[in-house]
Design a protein around this ligand. Structure first.
Ligand code: UDP
Ligand code: MG
Length: 311
């Protein structure tokens, strides 16, 4: 690594207040690195003045380039668009809101130079996150790691450095349902974590409501595990076995003591229960089928409306 290059990729959606403050923190960090550093800001279809703010930053700092997507595609795709534009060297992903402290970048670079391919930040403290968000996040990591073949490190965000070869591998994954944390883990190579304190946002509010997070969790689980599909099989199997035993008991009972038609409550309970289980199983199949459908359409992952390269 004689003269390596590092590109900081920053996805931003409605971050006009946070961006100038972030760049003011980022620039001195880059000055202090002994490698060629670039910053690529990705405006994910912001509806505020983010793009104008980025133009201004790019004008003053020749290391900065800016990419504008045609509309809001979501963080995972904004990130993908940014990583696709990194032409050389390693990439490091940073949130635009300052929650991932840029001051840690030299540590990431040091681990990369030691020969690691994916250096990811693990949040040991999540400032500005409610206990509910922390509890649901912990539960999510437990579920996905129970189901998925690819272990997804808990509390690792998208604050990561990826080496050139890991980046190339990552770029080969063109699926539409993108759960980046999982994809980063899937490529493997030599991975190492850096524990850090996640700070509160510089400005603005989180773009993720609980409903969005729930859908994001479903995305993660369905794109890394087919276990939910198998659950239906096991449920069906255990229901059949129970039904068989119960059937045998009814036959024996009728033979021994006769039958004076009763059991409406039992019937109702069984019918409602089985109906519910069947609908749920159908829903699970539907989740996968819907994703298969989206995948099969082969639309481009994102569309770019403007690119302002570094001079
Ligand atoms: N972001 C994005 N597109 C979106 C939503 C978010 O590019 O549709 C960016 C956002 O600007 C920020 C990062 O993704 O840089 C993380 O978002 P946020 O801070 O809202 O998430 P949180 O930190 O609360 O998980
Ligand atoms: Mg944030």
């Amino acid at each position: 690594m004689s003269d390596p290059m590092l590109t900081i990729v920053v996805p931003a959606f409605n971050e006009q207040e946070a961006l100038p403050a972030l760049h003011a923190r980022l620039a001195p960090v880059l000055d202090g690195l002994d490698l060629r550093a670039r910053v690529l800001y990705v405006d994910d279809g912001s509806r505020d003045d983010t793009w104008a703010v980025l133009q201004e930053i790019a004008q003053r700092d020749p290391r900065v380039s800016a990419l504008r997507l045609a509309r809001n595609f979501g963080k995972e795709l904004a990130l993908t668009a940014g990583l696709d534009r990194v032409e050389e060297g390693a990439a490091l992903v940073l949130d635009a809101d300052g929650q991932d402290p840029p001051e840690l970048i030299p540590q990431f670079v040091a681990r990369w130079r030691e020969g690691h391919d994916v250096v990811y930040g693990r949040r040991v403290a999540r400032e500005g996150d409610s206990w509910f968000k922390r509890a649901t996040a912990a539960m999510f990591y437990r579920v996905i790691n129970g189901l998925s073949q690819t272990p997804v490190p808990a509390d690792a965000g998208d604050f990561r450095l990826v080496s050139p070869r890991a980046l190339e591998a990552l770029r080969g994954l063109r699926e539409r349902q993108r759960f980046m944390k999982g994809l980063f883990a899937w490529v493997g190579f030599r991975q190492v974590e850096i524990p850090y304190r996640r700070e509160a946002r510089l400005a603005g509010r989180s773009k993720y409501s609980y409903w969005k997070l729930w859908n994001f969790a479903l995305e993660g689980i369905t794109s890394f595990s087919t276990m939910p599909l198998r659950v239906a099989t096991y449920l069906g199997l255990s229901a059949s076995l129970t039904a068989f035993a119960y059937g045998a008991w009814i036959v024996a009972k009728t033979l021994l003591w006769g039958e004076n038609v009763q059991g409406w409550p039992t019937l109702m309970v069984v019918i409602l229960f089985l109906g519910g289980v069947q609908l749920m199983a159908l829903g699970v199949i539907g989740e996968y089928l819907g994703r298969l459908y989206l995948e099969a359409k082969q639309r481009p992952l994102y569309l770019v409306s403007e690119f302002r390269p570094a001079p």
